[in-house]
Design a protein around this ligand. Structure first.
Ligand code: C2E
Ligand code: CA
Ligand code: CA
Ligand code: CA
Length: 281
């Protein structure tokens, strides 16, 4: 029995070590990726449901690994947040997204905001507002064309978050609440934050047609959002039926594979040159 206990222990520690070294490998890999510009941004349009015009673009990070191909953010953002490397990565994303938007504006496409995902950890860095200010200045982008997407987890430190969000609002950037409905945000707090938009999480959208509960939930979020004068965007739209439902309940804009998957910059540019996304209805 003693032997077995020891073996189990060895098994356990080696699993732990394996886990730890995989983490370190991933972290080192990320550092190198950042250094060698093996990170890239994909762009997904946000569409006005009525006109099908592109009204915004979300930038989504990808890790283009020399050996493993495109790695989705779900596989490295959590670790990047844990280790803190999200801070330099986040700065890179902000700059890149602003530069891309500025570039598109200079080409003469309709001026629309670019949305960038910001981790709570990043938002709560001492110099976050300063970083955003500097990047906007250096790139020359008007602050109203940058939208920061944050999640409801900012509520965990509501006092500090409120100060930062107010400073960002003062600067003139737009703020949206991502994955709305999945966190524990209290509506009474939301009302006091300088928020421009809420993005209804895909999990609510998935079942709006088949499950009346979900449908009711989405209707409630749309109405509440409008009452608080927020812009409401539905995320993860994949079907025509979902589009019909949302239009019927006066949701103004949407984002999802139904309109377009996230695209590399050159392909996004082609969409921009059309301005309208038409789905063979
Ligand atoms: P998110 O911000 O909620 O982004 C939406 C995710 O849903 C994206 O996944 C997008 O590709 C995907 N998506 C959009 N429409 C559809 C659809 O119709 N169907 C389905 N099945 N999926 C759809 P992605 O690009 O893999 O990003 C995953 C998450 O990683 C993001 O979720 C965001 O939380 C995080 N992330 C991405 N880029 C960044 C970044 O630059 N910084 C930070 N901090 N997080 C990022
Ligand atoms: Ca987002
Ligand atoms: Ca989201
Ligand atoms: Ca998310």
């Amino acid at each position: 029995a003693k032997e077995r206990g020891k073996n189990n222990f060895q098994f356990y520690t080696s699993k732990l070590q394996e886990h730890a070294s995989r983490k370190m490998e991933l972290e080192n890999g990320l550092r190198k990726a950042l250094e060698h510009e093996h990170l890239s941004l994909y762009y997904q349009p946000q569409v006005d449901l009525e006109t099908e015009k592109i009204v915004g673009i979300e930038a989504l990070i990808r890790w283009n690994h020399p050996m493993n191909g495109m790695i989705p953010p779900s596989e490295f953002i959590p670790l990047a947040e844990e280790t803190g490397i999200i801070i330099p990565i986040g700065k890179w994303v902000l700059r890149k997204a602003c530069e891309q938007n500025m570039y598109w504006q200079k080409l003469g496409y309709k001026t629309i905001p670019i949305a960038v995902n910001v981790s709570v950890r990043q938002l709560q860095e001492d110099d976050f507002v300063e970083t955003v200010t500097t990047i906007l200045e250096e790139v020359g982008l008007d602050p109203q064309y940058l939208e920061l997407e944050i999640t409801e987890s900012i509520m965990q430190n509501i006092e500090r978050s409120t100060i930062i969000l107010n400073q960002l609002k003062e600067l003139g950037v737009k703020i949206s609440i991502d994955d709305f409905g999945t966190g524990y945000s209290s509506l009474s707090y939301l009302k006091h934050l300088p928020i421009d938009s809420i993005k209804i999480d895909k999990s609510f959208i998935d079942d709006i047609i088949n499950h009346s509960n979900q449908g009711e939930m989405v209707k409630t979020i749309i109405n509440m959002g409008h009452n608080l004068t927020f812009n409401v965007i539905a995320e993860g739209i994949e079907t025509q039926k979902q589009v019909m439902f949302l239009k019927q309940h006066e949701c103004k804009s949407a984002q999802g594979y139904f309109y377009s998957k996230p695209l590399p910059a050159e392909q996004m540019e082609k969409l921009l040159s059309h301005g309208v996304i038409s789905n063979g209805i």
